[in-house]
Design a protein around this ligand. Sequence first.
Ligand code: ADP
Ligand code: MG
Length: 385
Amino acid sequence: MSIRAHGQHPGGNGGAPAALVFESVSKHYGSTVGARSLDLDIPAGELVTLIGPSGCGKSTTLRLAAGLERPDQGAIRVAGDVVADRRRFVEPEKRRVGLVFQDYALFPHMTVAQNVEFGLDRLARGDRRARTGEVLDLVRLGHLAGRYPHELSGGEQQRVALARALAPRPAVVLLDEPFSSLDESLRAQVRRDTVATLKEAGTTGVLVTHDQTEALSVGTRVVVMRRGVIEQADTPEKVFEQPATRFVASFMGDADFLPAHVHRALLTCEIGVVSTVPGWANSEADVDVVLRPHEVALQPDPNSPARVSAVEYHGAFVLHYVTLASGRTVRSWQPHTVRHPIGTPVAVTVAAGTTPTLLLGDRAITSPPPGSSLAPRPSVPLQLS
Ligand code: ADP
Ligand code: MG
């Protein structure tokens, strides 16, 4: 992805070209930004999740890859072949790209088998049959090959759409919020089935979702978009634990922000010492610290100015809102057995071992900013005479 130079591929997939590459791809609709200077490099076999608020450009990104939109600028490659740039534009059906939409877009007057066979018109009839049988087995629908879409459940229709997308052996399958029309109980199962099928087929996938848990749990990589721009493309752990921007920190999970100060590697804010910051021994800077509710500890303390201001029961845990002396709020997850009544004075601390993200403005910083240097401490104590 953007953390790797374009066209380079790490070992492990036999030097196969990346399944999908975007190089500085932009797309506008009149004055509306659809996608701006997108850089993406998705190695073969990865399942990438693409997440961001409504209108941030997720569908535009998929449509550009599929050939349903033309980029204004930049180049797109599928399995090593340029499919769009200033000179070339390969039609959707000639790209090795499969598509699964939210509404599945199955042909209602065709059987399951006919729906799957539809994209295989370049094969001989016998091969078409065989391949259709193969992918229907892959999604465990072989026994329903003769049914019509309206005779299937939502989850089964979704599997037909996936089988149809996989049938022509695409280099990459693009899935645009494929589970959002399924109800909650079905969703988790269909999601697991889909991920298992993509893995079994060894197919690279890009899955658009607006569900943060889905993005983190399904993706080998998570791409977070905002206003047509990629804010961060990283492993799920990095996106959650080391967000690159204030937006990513607050969009991917709950986060509170407190003004904080680093002085010679000691990070403090209004709740006291937060942690030490390795590499900042000779620095001093004002920052914001990102705190997530699972990192914030509470202890009833009659001498503390902080007060519990709201309590939300979430089943497995109880979210406590605490108003600090400054009027700012932090949130803390407590086990489901703990409930501090509203108004309880509580001491707020940060759980040991937490290495919180620091922000300078809206961007995360990992090293001291320019102008924050202090004179090094003398290594030998001064002799006073
Ligand atoms: P997402 O899928 O993340 O919700 P989209 O990629 O559909 O977002 O849209 C990105 C932006 O482009 C939005 O502001 C949207 O209104 C606009 N947009 C998308 N398609 C068109 C179109 N065909 N014509 C004009 N504007 C469009
Ligand atoms: Mg969309």
